[in-house]
Design a protein around this ligand. Structure first.
Ligand code: HAM
Length: 416
């Protein structure tokens, strides 16, 4: 047997219905706030992600599905949605539209990560991006909308962590300062932290080693070193979240695996996801559009994992299917012409009924049993266009009609 590739899975019909419910909520919550749906190609030039997401990130270094096509082009299955949307914004001259431009998407993405519960190699994200405004209201509105989506889906144990990264320049300067602070206290640091000082000094904040934690209490914090305008921007975002009573924790150690972030950075975690506790996150990316060849344009956005929302959320109530009519051949017509049945089923659907054809050639008795399993309200047992026996399943009542009269009789229902 040939199985689906590792880390991918089939979305079977029951699961597809829960997803459709989530999609409906996203459409409603984001649509009301003026976000328009966008869909970009599944693959892009590799260059877009190298320049957009950042050459040094794990995503670009280790996780991309990159290939060369028959024409020798370097292409990559999209690992995320922000760089492609920024590309589309530039390519379609969307800076000429009234700003900001607000998009939402629900699409599949690809990362070659080690698969486990809540982490896949093909996964789905719902996301939102606001391009063309640097106002703090943009950041706060996006955060509030994601919180609302998670709440609507019944995601339990949601926590919001918030930080500001300032500018890349502030960050570079801070990194140097933190690195020298760590070197100055090397003797008190855990071996693991010590080994990673140059590679990732911020990780020291996450250490569970008591002696390292004591050192980190006195470590310089990026939030204290923001430029005044960045600090003011962050204060405004926080004040707006306070206005609507959204609870957040300031987390100066928050790091996300993509290089394009500036200023506001946020992540929602949820209970019940194990090691993969990040259910959604995002931030501001004021330099990205310029970095991939557009004019300098501020922007902010987020994405949340569909699988993780469904894992951490409450059971999605799925509506039962309705089947109004099953069209089956009469016992003596099993091998006969099927034209009248075929036509009746089509006409019934055109009249708005949920109508299915009996498709296996099973006996009438078996067809009636099948109708029962489907929960069909009626079965039309067709001899020919003039002779149809319409059976109401709830009562067992049966009436003889012509095919032409069947639809009207059902629509007139509930009694024949
Ligand atoms: P991200 O944090 O890389 O951000 O991904 C967003 C969400 O996608 C995660 O919180 C997680 O729920 C889900 N996710 C990521 N990788 C996987 C995986 N391998 N399997 C299952 N779920 C996964 C971004 O992608 C940014 N583009 C978000 C953004 C939009 N920033 C600004 N605008």
């Amino acid at each position: 047997m040939i199985e689906a590739p590792k880390g991918t899975y089939d979305v079977l019909p029951v699961a597809a219905e829960a997803r459709a419910v989530l999609e409906g909520h996203a459409q409603q919550i984001l649509g009301r706030a003026g976000f328009k749906r966008i869909e970009t190609p599944v693959f892009e030039s590799t260059e877009l992600f190298v320049r957009g997401v950042g050459e040094a990130t794990d995503v670009v270094q280790k996780e991309m599905y990159t290939f060369t096509d028959q024409g020798g082009r370097a292409l990559t299955l999209r690992p995320e949605g922000t760089a492609p949307i920024a590309r589309a914004y530039i390519e379609h001259g969307m800076h000429k539209l009234p700003q900001p431009v607000k998009f939402w998407y629900l699409s599949s993405f690809f990362r070659q990560e080690r698969p486990q519960a809540g982490r896949y190699r093909q996964f789905w994200q719902v996301g939102a991006e606001t391009i063309g405004s640097e106002r703090p209201e943009v950041d706060a509105e996006l955060i509030v909308l994601l919180a609302e989506l998670l709440e609507t889906m019944g995601v339990k144990g949601v926590r919001l962590r918030l930080a500001s990264l300032g500018t890349p320049e502030t960050r570079a300067q801070y990194r140097e300062e933190l690195t020298s602070y760590l070197h100055a206290h090397e003797a008190q640091l855990s071996a693991e932290v010590k080994a990673r000082i140059e590679l990732n000094p911020l990780r020291a904040f996450d250490s569970s080693d008591p002696s390292t934690q004591a050192v980190m209490k006195g470590a310089p914090k990026l939030l204290d070193q923001l430029r005044p305008e960045d600090k003011e921007h962050f204060d405004s975002v926080k004040a707006l979240l306070d206005v609507v009573g959204l609870i957040y924790e300031l987390d100066p150690t928050l790091v996300r695996g993509l290089d394009y972030y500036t200023r506001t950075l946020f992540e929602f975690t949820a209970d019940g996801l194990g090691a993969q506790s990040g259910v959604g996150g995002g931030g501001r990316y004021d330099r990205l559009i310029e970095q991939i060849g557009g004019q300098s344009t501020p922007a902010c956005g987020w994405a949340a994992g569909i699988e993780r929302i469904l894992l951490a959320g409450s059971e999605v109530p799925v509506a039962a299917d309705t089947v109004d009519l099953l069209v089956a051949p009469a016992a003596d017509r099993l091998a006969g012409a099927t034209a009248p049945q075929f036509e009746l089923a089509r006409e019934a659907r055109r009249a708005g009924l949920a109508a299915q054809l009996e498709l296996t050639g099973r006996s009438l008795k078996a067809a009636l049993k099948h109708a029962d399993r489907l929960g069909a309200r009626y079965v039309a047992i067709v001899s020919d266009a003039e002779h149809v026996s319409l059976k109401e399943m709830a009562t067992g009542e049966q009436h003889e009609l012509s095919a032409d009269a069947v639809i009207a009789a059902i629509l007139r229902g509930p009694r024949l």
